[in-house]
Design a protein. Structure first.
Length: 191
């Protein structure tokens, strides 16, 4: 059910994105904003984008590391939606005019051959549903001013989604030891 509070917060984030201007944290307006309400805000803006013709092409999971969870004072990951306009072609670029406060994260993208539905999805379920994996870069971005986010802020903001790029070397998951995968980032060819 779309309440006035959910609609107002969805409008606030939608406007921040449209104007490419950061907004105050939602939790500064409502310190009691729950994760459940934040997901309703996120889903309202995703519905609006889909209604405008954008397509959901995947999902992202955020806050998976213990360090990030401790930083935000949470004990669980969050998730968001990846839309077709967020795709950056391998070797492509993004104008800084399209992002507010970008950060780059090295990721492993799981390309699924069948849909996963929860709750209670196990690691084995993920492995069995995976067609292949590829290296990926996620450009996280926040519509929340100065990254002053709490869990509800990032959830409502589509898990701080920005853009993403998929690498070009697919690997079957059974051929890779996920615990041994490492990433090396460089800027302008220097480390």
């Amino acid at each position: 059910m779309l309440t006035t509070k959910i609609a107002n917060f969805a409008n606030q984030l939608q406007e921040a994105e449209a104007l490419n201007r950061a907004t105050d944290p939602l939790t500064s307006v409502d310190p009691n904003l729950t994760a459940e309400e934040a997901y309703l805000i996120q889903l309202e803006n995703i519905k609006r984008k889909v209604d405008q013709g954008q397509k959901i092409v995947g999902k992202k999971i955020g806050l998976t590391s213990l360090a990030m969870q401790k930083l935000l004072g949470v004990d669980e990951p969050d998730y968001g939606h990846l839309l077709d306009y967020m795709v950056v072609e391998n070797g492509g670029s993004i104008s800084m005019k399209k992002v507010l406060q970008p950060r780059v994260e090295a990721e492993i993208a799981f390309i699924l051959k069948k849909e996963l539905k929860g709750p209670n999805v196990t690691a084995l379920d993920v492995i069995l549903a995976t067609d292949y994996i590829v290296p990926a870069l996620e450009i996280v971005d926040s519509r929340i001013k100065d990254w002053k986010i709490k869990l509800a802020d990032t959830i409502a903001d589509n898990a701080s989604s920005g853009y993403f790029l998929l690498g070009g070397k697919p690997e079957k998951i059974e051929n890779v030891d996920l615990e041994l995968i490492a990433a090396l980032k460089s800027k302008n060819s220097s480390r």
